[in-house]
Design a protein around this ligand. Structure first.
Ligand SMILES: [Zn+2]
Length: 135
């Protein structure tokens, strides 16, 4: 399984990668500087990922102001949660904002509303079954 990280940090990572991709494309254009139209195309194509990256940075800034800040129970530092489940920015502890899912095996499925509802439903049924057994 791929190592997961905090969503905001991951999105910033993609944005940074886009800047490098844009720079590489522009740099490749230097080899064609004797052909002005081709050089122009390289510069233009290289500019696109960089502009996209700025847009992503701007968007991350917007969502991170709205993201929920919580204190991580593992490392006790503050981290931002995006969506219903996310990872701590510092120690990568999986965190959830849903009380119903606390203590459950962590799954990114919980970011998908119908799967999360199913998981909560299943957990409630498990709880009811245990009560029946006790009775
Ligand atoms: Zn932590």
């Amino acid at each position: 399984m791929k190592k997961q990280g905090n969503k905001i940090l991951r999105i910033r990572g993609y944005a940074l990668a886009l800047i490098f991709i844009g720079m590489i494309i522009m740099y490749a254009g230097v080899f064609f500087r004797t052909i002005p139209w081709l050089f122009g195309i390289f510069l233009f194509v290289g500019l696109l990922p960089i502009l996209l990256s700025f847009a992503i940075y701007f968007w991350v800034g917007m969502i991170s102001t709205r993201a929920l800040t919580v204190q991580c129970p593992n490392c006790e530092r503050h981290t931002k949660i995006l969506g219903h489940v996310d990872f701590c920015q510092h120690c990568k502890e999986p965190l959830t904002v849903d009380k119903e899912l606390e203590g459950e095996d962590f799954s990114l499925d919980y970011n998908v509303p119908h799967r999360r509802e199913k998981a909560i439903e299943e957990k409630k049924q498990d709880g009811n079954m245990q009560k029946d057994e006790q009775a």
